[in-house]
Design a protein around this ligand. Structure first.
Ligand code: PNS
Length: 179
C-alpha cells in the first residue's frame, strides 16, 4: 500500500465561509493524501456569520459525492481530534509571509502536544493569495462582488445575507437643481 493510500489529513479551520482559496488547498491535499477531513472549528466565543451547521452544509455542497472528502466539526485540541479520527497530518494553507508567524507557532505547539502528527503547509494559487473569509464577508456586506472568490453557492448565500442596497448619499452630496 502506498504512503498516499494510508495517509489521512485533517484540514482544520473556521470556514466562515469556505472560499475558493480553501477549495484550492483541499484539491492540493487530495493530490497528496488519500482522505482529507475538513474539520470545522466549533468556537462558542466567536460570533460567526454562518452557523456551524451552515458552514458544514456549504462545504459538503462543494464536494458532492467525493468519498475522499469528509466534513466534520471539532472542538477542543486539534491534535486530539486528529488522533481520534486517525489522521497523521494537519494541512494548513499559507497565502503570504504574513500568515507564517501564526502558522509556525501553531505548528510547533501542535508538535509539542503530539509529535506523531505532522503539519504540512500548502500554498494556494497566487490568484487566491489575498482571499480570506474575513475580507470576503466585509466586501459582501459593503455591496461588492465576491463571485470569483467563493464557490457559487456561498456567493448566493452571501447575497441573501447582505442584499444589495442603493448607495446612500453621505453628507447630502451635490444635488441637481431644476432648470
Ligand atoms: O481558519 P482559522 O480560524 O485560521 O483556523 C484556526 C484553527 C481552527 C486551526 C485553530 O484555531 C485551532 O486549531 N483551534 C483548535 C484549538 C487548539 O488545538 N489550539 C492549540 C493549538 S495552537
Amino acid at each position: 500500500m502506498s504512503q498516499r493510500r494510508r495517509s489521512v489529513a485533517v484540514y482544520p479551520g473556521s470556514f466562515d465561509p469556505i472560499t475558493n482559496g480553501h477549495v484550492d488547498i483541499i484539491g492540493r491535499g487530495l493530490a497528496v493524501f488519500e482522505r482529507v477531513i475538513i474539520a470545522v472549528l466549533v468556537n462558542a466565543e466567536k460570533q460567526p456569520l454562518f452557523s456551524t451547521e451552515e458552514r458544514v452544509r456549504l462545504i459538503r455542497q462543494c464536494f458532492p459525492g467525493n468519498p475522499r472528502v469528509e466534513v466534520d466539526t471539532f472542538s477542543g485540541l486539534l491534535v486530539d481530534y486528529a488522533q481520534r479520527v486517525g489522521a497523521t497530518v494537519i494541512v494548513r494553507g499559507l497565502r503570504a509571509v504574513s500568515d507564517f508567524e501564526y502558522e509556525f507557532q501553531m505548528a510547533l505547539m501542535n508538535r509539542r502536544l503530539n509529535p506523531s502528527i505532522e503539519t504540512v503547509f500548502m500554498m494556494p494559487a497566487e490568484s487566491y493569495s489575498y482571499v480570506s473569509s474575513r475580507l470576503v464577508k466585509e466586501v459582501a456586506e459593503l455591496g461588492g462582488r465576491v463571485d470569483k472568490l467563493v464557490p457559487a453557492l456561498v456567493a448566493q448565500e452571501l447575497r441573501a445575507r447582505f442584499p444589495r442596497r442603493a448607495p446612500r448619499r453621505i453628507g447630502g452630496g451635490p444635488r441637481r437643481t431644476r432648470g
